[in-house]
Design a protein around this ligand. Structure first.
Ligand code: DSN
Length: 412
């Protein structure tokens, strides 16, 4: 019997409702194809760390400098996670404690810009992220933000970035997004940052795994600070991380703790160590190449059926479908897809006239289905289902097709 089984049995004996819900979630993931670009399925080894006794341990501080006794195991785990992160990304320093990408960004921005500091990031509606200065995010309240967007081709407009930076004189320029399917020119961003005397922060939450697998260019050594989540293409446990040069690592560390967090979630730090160990294996690069090939194939297949893809394609794991000109909204297709067994998310597209809970776009991603072993043949089947749903076919007619794919490609 595994540790996981023991935990599940303890839960079932004590609290059957919660045990049932966990089982239902397991069943939902097993029988659903996840095409949400920010989701993935981590390994059983990574999941096992999440239910360990580390959940009971306080470890405020950093290895060898803790505010609690009994941190000798926590120290070793955090040291290993940091060492593997540095090796994986070729970074001088790593902070593996951020609970999420948003707290990683908040900590990094506070360290580099300070309270009320000026920041420039990509707007959410153009593919950026809430934590890049959106008015409803604390990053839009604690700092003074200005935002850049994409051009009519759906590409980051570097002239626009330069213009905004010259006007706003930011302390920090942010490169990165959550619905941007194209390679980012970090050198060009660094040049603009230098011109205006700003730090460059690269948020690689989405493509982190592809960068670790050397499938996309890395901002490490180009940007001053690199933030990310660990659970998307990187395929680790839910959490965040910050990479920095040795010079600014101290500032970053004190901004994470005690600046914006208390105790690290050590079971997640252990999961990060395990995931980074997996990402250092040659098979991880193969996986990332397949994620990329699958996304390119998905985009091409959807395009060949007449669907419009923002920016005309993809360089990473994301395919952003622009539904303007069809009869359906992003919300319509999200609902139909779920009925067919596909988890996708509605997403704003550039210049979207519809509100965020409706939208005119659909964001698709290939990390999770590639983890299940999908190649081009399976991607074509999925693309045909999406095309049928957009055209108004009854989702029920696809349910068996999707179930067969799920059964043939089990979760890790
Ligand atoms: N919510 C994540 C995404 O879906 O891209 C970003 O934080």
């Amino acid at each position: 019997m595994t540790t996981q089984d023991l935990h599940v049995n303890a839960l079932r004996n004590q609290d059957a409702d919660v045990a049932d819900w966990l089982q239902r979630e397991d069943q939902r993931q097993t029988t659903t194809l996840t095409l949400i670009a920010s989701e993935n399925h981590c390994s059983a080894a990574v999941r096992e760390t999440g239910s360990s006794r580390l959940t009971d341990k306080y470890a405020e501080g950093y290895p060898s400098r803790r505010y609690y006794g009994g941190c000798e195991v926590a120290d070793e785990i955090e040291e290993l996670a940091r060492a593997r992160a540095k090796e994986l990304f070729g970074a001088e320093a790593a902070n593996v404690q951020p609970h999420s990408g948003t707290t990683a960004n908040l900590s990094a921005l506070m360290a580099l810009a300070g309270p009320q500091g000026r920041i420039v990031g990509m707007s959410l509606k153009d593919g950026g992220h809430l934590s890049h200065g959106h008015p409803k995010s604390h990053t839009g309240m604690l700092f003074d933000p200005a935002q850049y967007g994409v051009n009519d081709d759906g590409l980051i407009d570097m002239d626009h970035v330069r213009k905004i930076c010259k006007e706003h004189q930011p302390h920090v320029l942010i490169a990165g997004g959550s619905a941007y399917a194209r390679e980012i020119d970090y050198q060009a961003f660094a040049e603009i940052a230098r011109e205006v005397g700003a730090y460059l922060l690269a948020d690689i939450a989405h493509p982190a795994g592809m960068i670790a697998g050397k499938v996309l260019p890395s901002p490490v050594g180009v940007a001053d600070v690199v933030t990310m989540t660990t659970h998307k293409t990187l395929r680790g446990p839910r959490g965040g991380m910050i990479l920095a040069s040795a010079e600014i690592a101290k500032k970053i560390n004190s901004s994470v703790f005690p600046g914006s967090q208390g105790g690290p979630i050590m079971q997640q730090v252990a999961g990060k160590a395990v995931a980074f160990g997996e990402a250092l294996q040659p098979s991880f690069r193969e996986y990332q190449l397949q994620v990329q090939a699958n996304a390119a194939h998905l985009a091409a297949h959807l395009q060949s059926a007449g669907l419009k893809i923002v920016s005309g394609g993809t360089d990473n794991h994301i395919v952003l479908v622009d539904l303007q000109g069809t009869d359906v909204t992003g919300a319509d297709v999200e609902e139909r897809a779920l009925a067919a067994g596909l988890a996708v998310n509605k997403n704003a597209v550039p210049n979207d006239p519809r509100p965020p809970m409706v939208t005119s776009g659909l964001r698709l991603g290939t990390p999770a289905v590639t983890t299940r072993g999908f190649g081009k043949a399976e991607i074509e089947i999925v693309a045909d289902v999406v095309i049928g749903l957009v055209r108004g076919e009854d989702p029920a007619r696809y349910r068996a097709i999707v179930q067969d794919l799920c059964a043939a490609h089990p979760l890790p």
